[in-house]
Design a protein around this ligand. Structure first.
Ligand SMILES: [Zn+2]
Length: 305
């Protein structure tokens, strides 16, 4: 136990919540996980998760200096505006946790932001890193010199809803032609099926591309094109030196990275395109990033593990 105290990070997921207690110098003291289910109130699950995690620590450990949480949804000033998988709408998460834990420093961000902090720290990258998680949806977050760039309403980095194809596919957000309508795992599967292909998940579509299925190739090409268009817009505005593709779809590896990289170069003929890499942390990114949010809350972002 470090004399400088410890932090708690929580990866709040739609199917499970994971928490880790880490010293401010980066040593993990304990970790815990509980399932999230529609029948259980997610806030009660979260309170229980943190209480049980703290019970694993020595009795004289005291309170954490800060708690960081990554939530799959739109978060603004500690309030979860919308998290469909958790059924939260205008949920005052930070205030509720302050009341239940007695900890003042509570930092809540969306899970893409937490992932971005973790991927940036894992690389020791100085400068700007744009991290784009590609899962059921598509999001994004920009970290510069280890600090997350937020927005006035907390919706910065919603790359998935950048409109990139005029008159394009309808999107779950209510608009059309969004990056997410082409490049999320869900969209890739939906579009391949509507072209007559058979796929259980995005990995099946990737396998069909590799097997030479022309319908799968067309769907994949438009996914890579829409994604590159969204990234090109973000790059033009924010000039990150590194772009990281994460989330479940990044398991496609070079089959994803290479065509997006090529398209990005075509869309940015007036400058060198930033380096494009695949995420390195996988499932750990959300939890590591949540701890990094807690570290940032005590002004210790550079030591984020
Ligand atoms: Zn959209």
């Amino acid at each position: 136990m470090s004399a400088t105290g410890y932090l708690i990070g929580v990866d709040v997921g739609g199917t499970s919540m994971r928490a880790s207690a880490v010293t401010t110098t980066g040593t993990e003291l304990a970790r815990h996980r509980l399932p999230t289910s529609a029948e259980l109130d997610p806030q009660r699950t979260l309170d229980r998760l943190i209480a049980e995690l703290r019970a694993f620590l020595p009795p004289d450990t005291g309170k954490p200096r800060a708690i960081g949480l990554g939530v799959p949804g739109h978060v603004s000033a500690g309030v979860v505006r919308r998290a469909a998988n958790l059924g939260w709408r205008d949920h005052p998460l930070a205030a509720l946790l302050r009341a239940s834990t007695g900890v003042d420093r509570i930092s809540v961000s969306n899970d893409a932001a937490a992932t971005a902090l973790a991927e940036s720290a894992a690389r020791g990258h100085r400068g700007g890193v744009l991290v784009v998680p590609l899962g059921t949806g598509v999001s994004g977050a920009l970290v510069r010199d280890g600090v997350l760039l937020g927005g006035d309403s907390g919706a910065a980095g919603e790359l998935g809803h950048a409109p990139v194809i005029p008159g394009g596919e309808p999107c779950a957000c209510g608009s059309s032609g969004c990056v997410e309508a082409y490049a999320s795992a869900r969209s890739v599967v939906r579009r391949f099926r509507s072209a007559g292909g058979r796929a259980h998940d995005a990995a099946d579509v990737v396998a069909a591309v590799a097997a030479g299925d022309s319908r799968a190739a067309a769907v994949w090409d438009s996914a890579c094109d829409a994604l590159a268009r969204g990234i090109a817009g973000a790059v033009a505005l924010t000039d990150p030196g590194l772009v990281v593709l994460g989330g479940g779809l990044s398991a496609a590896g070079e089959a994803l990275r290479e065509p997006v990289d090529r398209r990005l170069a075509e869309l940015l003929p007036w400058r060198d395109a930033p380096r494009l890499e695949l995420a390195v942390l996988g499932q750990e990114a959300g939890l590591t990033g949540a701890v990094a949010l807690a570290a940032a809350a005590i002004g210790d972002g550079q030591r984020a593990p």
